[in-house]
Design a protein around this ligand. Structure first.
Ligand code: KIV
Length: 268
């Protein structure tokens, strides 16, 4: 099982880090077998697994439940679990308790939290102070959609570019061991990556981050929406319905079960 030092070494060696989300036993099993470096139990599970419009309704219990399943499927892979909306905002005691539950009950190795405001930096410090590794997350942070007015690329204007760059440096100073950069111009992703000693993991942040993360369902082509930064490597969106239809057709046309699918009594 890799530890957080491994990821820093990968950055130093210019070895790209492949992060992938997973939400349950089979997705974790496939992710581990494929050799991902780090699994993220993202709060994107609200959309891709639970059918919510956004990530805001995901609870701590949801993440714990799904992280437990992911841990069962990927015993030897480093797992980071997302801290859901409002689980690290109320006060530092609640923040520490919630982070510890993701580790102790969920079985995660690290937690991830969104944002770079001073209160979020305090949250990072408080969690790291409990010996829990933290992945920071800046740029287009989906828990901020109501403030941003939607899923808009962040850091396009000079003053926002500067602010996100400063926040990135501050997350490293606060003790984060890794930084996810989402939905920012490639130039900013590159500048942050070159300014930090911790690895950056991009999603819609260009080609120059130390690693990439994608959502499991996007990689497999099972998502309703397909932003520009997504690359699908399969088309399960078509394969799943056509396979299920074939099963139904076989039942209705007496083709399934066939002779090979049935049990026979022992010959006397
Ligand atoms: O919830 C999630 O899946 C994420 C990644 C997209 C970075 O935060």
């Amino acid at each position: 099982m890799p530890d957080i030092k491994v990821f820093k070494k990968m950055k130093q060696r210019n070895e790209k880090i492949a992060m992938l989300t997973a939400y349950d036993y089979p997705s974790a099993k496939y992710a581990q077998a494929a050799g991902v470096d780090i699994i993220l139990v993202g709060d994107s599970l609200g959309m891709v697994v639970l059918g919510y419009e956004d990530t805001l309704s995901v609870t701590l219990d949801d993440i714990i439940y799904h992280t437990q399943a992911v841990r069962r499927g990927a015993k030897d892979t480093f797992i980071a679990a997302d801290m859901p909306f409002m689980s690290f905002h109320i006060n530092l005691d609640e923040t520490r308790r919630n982070a510890s539950l993701l580790i102790v009950e969920g079985g995660a190795d690290a937690v991830k939290l969104e944002g770079g405001k001073p209160a979020r930096l305090e949250a990072i410090k408080a969690i790291v102070d409990c010996e829990i590794p933290v992945v920071a997350h800046l740029g287009l942070t989906p828990q901020s959609i109501h403030l941003y007015g939607g899923y808009n690329i962040q850091g396009k204007k000079e003053k926002d570019h500067k602010r996100i760059l400063e926040q990135a440096k501050a997350t490293e100073e606060a003790g984060a061991f890794m930084l996810v950069l989402e939905g920012i111009p490639e130039k900013l992703g590159k500048e942050i990556t070159e300014s930090l000693s911790i690895p950056t993991i991009g999603i819609g942040a260009g080609r120059f981050t130390d690693g990439q993360v994608l959502v499991y369902h996007d990689v497999l082509g099972m998502s309703d929406i397909k932003p520009k930064f997504v690359q699908s490597y399969a088309n399960l969106e078509n394969i799943i319905p056509s396979s299920l239809k074939k099963y139904i057709d076989d039942v209705k046309s007496f083709k399934f079960p066939a002779i090979d699918n049935v049990y026979q009594p022992i010959d006397k």
